[in-house]
Design a protein around this ligand. Structure first.
Ligand code: ADP
Ligand code: ZN
Ligand code: MG
Length: 472
């Protein structure tokens, strides 16, 4: 008999916040600064006698994220010192939040959030110099949001999806660029397996993950590793520890045993005043000013436009494309059928063209809308629609004019198509014989031939009827 195992995952996610200045000083918060130790000052370098002053914009970002996820915003909050020694923290402690995080609770993608708090980032070390290392403090003191989830995630895919949804949310809120590859968003994976769904197994924490795909792969790897240990009677070898993700080997490796919160000797930072947030912020007003969030946008697109989920995701993930689509919808007076048709051509043909060639830009919405209306009204074939899209993305021309110039307007008048149909019948005796022999579908071969002769401009319905009449 094989045992069934339950995977449990909780995530700890850090995101660098988008602010002009650092968390506690006036240094620039510039992730693109390449000159080492350029954005530093006595405060973020922890010179004696300097005092930290909290950055209001950073606090605002965390509150907005908290409001967006439906969390509870603390009224009382404070900053704590998290003491540890490492060359990239100038003070010998990191200013963080321990007992009184700004946000408690909330939910993203069906996953319960424990807390969201604010802290400062560390500097970065460079160990590629041989027998010495270098430290760059440009990042030291940059505002960092930390979000912790409850241990309620049960598959690698769900962990990846949560990360992607949170990234989207942070971008909608303009709180963070949240680029994983650049380290602007960092995911730590806590994971355990157990044969009993009511009892948690021992968890390990996995770090150095820099893509959502890697979150999923690391979770898959750990699940397998832990199950194999348990199955071979070596379950005791699963210990609470920090492991690193090795992207090239597709595996994790032990880094160090896990420190406890007691090890950090947390205590409230005596240099920073405590806050009563309601005295500083109008939360109702801030809530009212939140932008449309991804979940609301999905619901609106589903209800208003009735388009495919796949298309909705394309728009939810791309503001510019969504704005363009909504303009097209207006051009089409929100006619449901036309809107659906438009969405098909936006997400397949138009996006396809832009992916192939980065110089290709979105066309004018009124041109695109006109094109879709022409297609819906049978003035052009779907083949011609594709050709015209390729034209209006490079030329500022109305599709009607372009279609006229290039002879792409669909011929619906039987007279014009008749000559072509007769030619095709004369040239395809075998298909004609098949048709006359009772194979009705053979007529489509002739329709195709007429379409080809007309360079796609013959209306297929009209052509088919005409052929049938001629073959009587
Ligand atoms: P620690 O004290 O080790 O930091 P926490 O209780 O603070 O542990 O939880 C840290 C993260 O680990 C949270 O995201 C939480 O959901 C997750 N977590 C806690 N216990 C487990 C477990 N048994 N399996 C998987 N994840 C867990
Ligand atoms: Zn500074
Ligand atoms: Mg903890």
């Amino acid at each position: 008999m094989t045992t069934e195992y339950y995977t449990t995952i909780g995530l700890e996610i850090h995101a660098e916040l988008k602010t002009l200045t650092k968390m506690f000083c006036a240094c620039k918060n510039d992730p693109d600064e390449e000159r080492p130790n350029h954005n530093i000052c006595p405060v973020c370098m922890a010179h004696p006698g300097t005092l930290p002053v909290p950055n209001r914009a950073a606090v605002e970002h965390v509150i907005r994220v908290g409001l967006a996820v439906g969390g509870t915003i603390a009224d009382f909050t404070e900053f704590d010192r998290k003491n540890y020694f490492y060359p990239d923290i100038p003070k010998g402690y990191q200013i963080s939040q321990y007992k009184y995080p700004i946000v408690s609770g909330g939910e993203v993608a069906g996953v319960k959030i424990t807390r969201i708090h604010l802290e400062e980032d560390t500097g970065t070390s460079k160990h590629d110099k041989g027998d010495y290392s270098l430290v760059d403090f440009n990042r030291a003191g940059v505002p960092l949001m930390e979000l912790v989830t409850e241990p309620v995630i049960h598959s690698p895919k769900q962990a990846g999806d949560f990360g992607r949804e949170l990234q989207l949310l942070l971008r909608y809120l303009n709180a963070s660029e949240a680029n994983m590859e650049k380290g602007e968003m960092r995911v730590e994976l806590n994971i355990s397996v157990s044969a009993d769904p009511k009892v948690f197994g021992t968890k390990v924490e996995v770090k150095n993950i820099n893509s959502f795909r890697a979150v999923e792969r690391a979770a898959e790897f750990e699940t397998k590793r832990m199950i194999e240990l348990i199955e071979s009677g070596r379950g005791a070898e699963i210990v609470q520890e920090t492991r690193g993700w090795d992207e090239t080997k597709n595996s994790t490796f032990s880094q160090r045993s896990k420190e406890n919160s007691e090890d950090y000797r947390y205590f409230p930072d005596p240099d920073i005043p405590k806050f009563k947030l309601s005295e500083v912020f109008n939360l109702d007003k801030m809530k009212g000013e939140l932008p449309e969030l991804p979940s609301a946008k999905r619901a609106r697109y589903r209800d208003m436009f009735g388009i495919k989920d796949e298309d909705i995701e394309s728009y939810v993930n791309d503001f510019t494309l969504a704005a363009f689509f909504e303009d097209v919808v207006n051009v089409l007076h929100a006619d449901k059928e036309k809107v659906k048709l438009a969405s098909n051509y936006v997400t397949s043909d138009l996006v396809g063209l832009m992916k192939k060639d980065s110089n290709i830009k979105l066309p004018h919405a009124h041109h695109f809308g006109e094109l879709i209306a022409m297609l819906a009204d049978g003035k052009i074939s779907s083949r011609a629609a594709k050709d015209l899209i390729a034209i209006i993305v490079v030329e500022d021309i109305s599709p009607m004019k372009a279609a006229e110039e290039r002879g792409l307007l669909q011929k619906s008048d039987a007279g014009a198509i008749k000559a072509l149909a007769e030619k095709v019948i004369a040239e395809n005796p075998k298909i004609v014989a098949d048709y006359k022999g009772g194979k009705e579908t053979a007529v489509m071969g002739l329709v195709g031939a007429v379409m080809k002769e007309s360079k796609g401009s013959a209306n297929p319905q009209v052509t088919k009827q005409l052929l049938i009449d001629l073959l009587q």
